[in-house]
Ligand binder design. Structure first.
Ligand code: CMP
Length: 136
């Protein structure tokens, strides 16, 4: 079943020069990019994006981090795209959860600065795509 997911390359991925590496892995997996944009996230979009984490100890730092520099926002499409992207991204904690061969497992050390984001369900994907790419 073809599905869409919202992908972010976070400010650490952009500043470390990993955009090409990450896009290459998306394309190599067979997923399609249907929207792609480099932009600075506003505080409003960041707060909407991470609304489910409001109140958690890391929430304020997370908003500061995600608005600290440009991000790449993308809509990625393909069969089981949500799970496929989460597979190649690796687990949230780049050391304890992400395995070697995944983006986080290969390139990240910290749970906050974990390079990429992916929607975790069809409902999240629909909400996040509407937030980052209204009308798409
Ligand atoms: P992401 O997949 O974008 O979803 C929520 C983000 O919050 C996560 O990646 C991390 O960047 C961050 N995050 C989640 N848990 C923690 C934590 N325990 N400490 C710091 N940041 C976290």
């Amino acid at each position: 079943m073809t599905e869409r997911t919202l992908v972010l390359i976070k400010p650490d991925g952009v500043s470390r020069g990993l955009i090409g590496e990450i896009i290459r892995r998306i394309e190599r997996k067979g997923l399609a990019l249907v929207a792609l944009d480099l932009r600075n996230a506003t505080r409003e979009v960041a707060a909407g994006h991470y609304a489910e984490h409001e109140g958690k100890p890391f929430y304020g730092d997370l908003l500061d981090f995600i608005t600290s520099g440009p991000v790449v926002a993308a809509i990625v499409e393909g069969p089981r795209a949500i799970a496929a992207w989460r597979q190649i991204a690796g687990g949230t904690d780049p050391v304890e959860k992400a395995t070697p061969g995944t983006i986080r497992g290969d390139f990240a050390l910290e749970t906050q600065n974990n390079l990429v984001h992916g929607s975790d369900s069809p409902e999240s994907a629909a909400r996040e795509i509407a937030l980052w790419f209204p009308g798409r």
